[in-house]
Design a protein. Structure first.
Length: 123
């Protein structure tokens, strides 16, 4: 019998958010970011204000985590508009997905601290 692995569901890790979806914003994921799953930790590029997975280090603004993706997107060959959590929410830390360079607990904890600075608490 074949084993089937189910992917992440939209909004799967969202534990709570502010009233009337005040925690959400429509954002633009930058072209070239690739296929992203719900729960991807995002940073905002200083130039242009678009979002991309937040790396451990960098100098383009995206190194600071400021949002969590709510829905799956494919931004491989073009910008994609999508909803994200950008403030005043709680997220299940077990459902977060990080950029490849965020590869140990210390780097993940740094991302959690950055998210907390914008009001996204990782539980």
């Amino acid at each position: 019998m074949a084993t089937i692995t189910e992917g992440r569901h939209a909004c799967e890790g969202l534990l709570s958010e502010a009233n009337f979806h005040r925690s959400r914003d429509n954002i633009t994921v930058v072209s070239g970011a690739g296929k992203l799953v719900p729960g991807t930790v995002l940073g905002k590029l200083t130039a242009g204000g678009k979002y991309t997975p937040s790396p451990a280090t960098g100098s383009d603004g995206s190194q600071t985590a400021v949002a969590v993706l709510l829905y799956p997107v494919d931004a491989t060959s073009g910008d994609v508009q999508v909803a994200a959590i950008t403030r005043d929410a709680e997220w299940n830390g077990k459902t977060l997905t990080y950029a490849g360079s965020v590869d140990d607990d210390t780097k993940k904890a740094a991302k959690h601290t950055q998210l907390a600075a914008v009001g996204i608490i990782v539980r």
